[in-house]
Each structure stands twice: as structure tokens, then as C-alpha cells.
Design a protein. Sequence first.
Length: 542
Amino acid sequence: MSNSTPLNVFKGPDSVVNYFDPDLQPPVPLVELPEKLNPFRKDGVRIYAKMLTALPAQNVKVLPALNMLLHQPSAANKSIVEASSGSTALSLGMAARVLWGNEDVTAHVTNKKHPDQLRILRFFGLNVSLYGGLAQQEPVDPRGIMCRLRSRAKQDENVCYPGQYDNEHNWRAHTRWTGAQIYRQLPEINVLCTTIGTGGCITGTGVHLKAQKPSIKVVGVCNVFGDPTPGPRHFPGFESSQFPWRETIDVFEDVASVDSYEMSMRLSREGLICGPSSGEALVGLLNYLRTVKEEGMLKELSDPKTGEISCVFICCDLPYQYMDGYFQKLPDEKFPPIINKVRDITTPLPQSPTAPIPQSAISHTPQILLTCDQNKHDERWELSPNQAIQMLTSRVLASTTSKLLRPSCKRPSCRRKTICNSSSRLSSKISILDLRQPADFAAGHLFGSQSSPLKNLTVETGDVFGDAEVLRTMWMGLKEKFEGKEAEELLEKKKKGPLVVLCYDGETGRLATSLLRKRGVKAFSVRRGWEGLRCCLKEGRT
């Protein structure tokens, strides 16, 4: 591998291979935390985040994945298997494709994983094989998945099992790249802190830094036993590791998952986007510094020249695949509310659609728009008045449009209807459903239209898509109208051809169209509703 590319541009047939080569990239950013995230800044402590999320695969595991594969070139033509449900599997899958075009990578995953995380693996092209039992298994457990894969690779020469938990090229990747980068960027470093999963990152990085500066303290952060954060392990699950961690790690800290998730969210909101194991690393570092300060030993960590203490923690993952966990672990008050005007649907609405909603009907549950109007909307389903007229009539001539709005109709079954002369006939395949109230329908409507007044809909109905309460009221009325046995018979007839839905201003028609389309009806609404259609006909626009 050669020298870095200063302008960070990768060209030619090996462009992606070079993009994944850490030696050809500028150093991964090292970002100092602002004082709001560093409670020890006034004590002379500076804390830096090493953003390994800025690597091509956006996680810490791409470095060991690359190093393990580069040291096993025969894997280019083998089936690669690994026990991983997250970053290692993703990184192996990407690295195998980038290096050799090998798409045969299988992630062996606990069957307790969230479906979204399984989808992520499949999105990146990995085969997924589930296993039962313990989610986090000991690497040396003879009944565990890792021993099974190790045995399979020994028996089948066409299978490659990198074995991240006991492959020395895991931790040596961080000696080669992570530790070397940090020391070049921050030679005054005094403390390194990161979480412990396989132990590769903390061991490899710590080995390099201690070789350069033996006084550096290395803090390893583990999960609290029985309270897992995705990625790190609890200490009993790590203790059997064959990596040279005993001569590298000085102190261990345990962190609860809720604290890890919350700190990750705080960092992300301040612009340092990272996942729960990254949050765990920072919480562990702060706990360590707090203990040292309480013991009166903080000064012992400082640089003799500057009097400052420079700390680095590793940001090794992103939050997105763990989003469900944030909302499970953290209380609702940690998140901004979804802002709607909300009604307790168990309290009846007033009879008049224009009457104010009583305070007793207002609740604080921000779910009103998450429980209604969930069907698809499409702008192609909304017709302009002119398009509606062209659809509804088989022939509209500019010279006769003024005749389409006749004050009355001689037919006894149709009084004061529009589009009612021989030169402009309604297409027999099109139905019209008019949602306005009976008095308004009687005052004027389209020839052949069916009156189906919607409860609570009047000319004075509020802004349907600007007022959450109005939207829910209209949606509930439409849902009631379009469901049930009576509606089934009506809708079956409407499925034979297009259906145009009319209301006062077009907005409730849009909502109705969405519901009807979901039920298989080829429905359309009209922009500005009845009023828009009437004005268009009066003005003679066709």
C-alpha cells in the first residue's frame, strides 16, 4: 500500500479498492468535544472523538475486516462465514466484494436480532443464517456458533472463517492504522478509552500508543453484565480473549445501556453522529476521570509541559440501525414531541362541525396524525377543473360551455343540474360522488352525480391538511362511509370505471381519493372542488 491521496480523489479501475485502503486516505478526523459535552474542561481535560465512523464502511470494523482478508488471500474464492450481526459482517461483505468481487459472505446471527438489523445485512448483500440460544456467546464455548464455524472451516477447504475473536490480524489492524494515526495527530495524548467487543481496537491501538508513550493510560469499557449495549461485551465474556490485552488495558469501566444510548444521542445532536457503543465509550471515560478526580490524582495524568490532560475515545458506530433501541431505553421526555392538536378519541365531538372542541377532549398523546391518513397520496389523482370537465364530458365545445350551467333542468329527476344538454354528454363509464350536504347538492350539482353527504363536512369546514383535528374528523367520517356492507356494494359498482369525488374546496376530496384508491377504486378529486368546477364552467375554460 502506498502514500495517501492529499485531495482524496480516487480514479481508475482500482478506484474503490484504493478508497478502502487506509494508507491512501487522509487521517480519520479527531474532533475535540465542546465544553457542554466535557464537564472536566475547567480541570484542564481535553477530550477528542476519533471518528472511525468516517471510514468508507462507516464503522470501526472495516479495518480488521480488511486486514484479516488481506492476510488470507485464498478467501477470494471461498465462502466466507463469520459470527456477527453488525459491523464486522457488513465490513467483511463490503471488503470481500471490493477486493475480489466475492459475494459469498454469510453472517451467522442470533435469532433475537431486530428485523430491521436483519434487513440491513440483506440490503448489503450478505446471506443471513440464524442461530438460537445465547445472543452473545463465548468464543471458546464448544457448543457455541463460533466453535461450530471454526470446525466447519477446518473440515471444508472451500470455507473461510476469519474468526474475529481470535484472529491476530484483527488487533494488529489497529496497531497498523488506528494507533499510528492517533499518535501522529495527537502526540500529547494521555488517555485512550474505547469499548471492548472482540478487544481488537483497544488492544491494537493501545499496543501502538504505549510503545510510543508508555505513560498513556488505556481505559476499557464493558457492558454491565445482563444489560447489553450492541457491540461491546461484558467483562466475563471478554476475559478469555487471547489478544494481548492484559499488558495493554490499565482500567475497566462498566456502563449501563441507558447511559450509552443517551450519551450517543447527545453527541449526535451536537454534530458528532455516533451509535450507542460510542456513547458508552465516552460515559466510561467520564466515569474514569471522575474517579481519578475524586481520588485527587487527576494531576498525575497531565502533561508536565502544558498541565493539560488529552483524552481520546473511539466513535465506532452509527445510531441509525439501533433507532428502535433509543426509544425503548430512553423516556419520552428525552425526545421532542410530535406537534399536533390532539383529541382523546373516546370523548365525543360536538354535533356542529364548526363548534369548538371542548378542553375535556384534548389529550397530550401526539398520535392523532399517526393513526389516520396513512394511505398513499398522489398528485396525479388530483384533477384541475379543466381536466375534470374533459374527463366528465365526451365533447365540450368552447362555444357551448356557457350553456353547461343552466339554472334548472326540465327533467323531473334532475333539478338545477349542470352539464345537461345534448352537445355535452357525460361519459357513461365515469361516476361522480358528491360529498356536500343535501341543501348544497340541491342548489347545484353535476348531471348524473350521486349525493353522499359526509358527516361534519360543510362549506365552513376548516383547513383539512392544516388542522390535525379537522383532518382526523374528515378521515373518520370517510372511513366509516367507505367501510361496511353497504359501502362494499357501492364500491364494487364504482370499480368498473373512474370515480370523481366532489366536495366544497377539493381538500376532503383528496382525502377521500386516497382511501378509495386503497380499496381499488380509480378515484380522482378536483382541485378547489365544486367551487373551482363551477367557476371554470362559467368562464368557459375547457
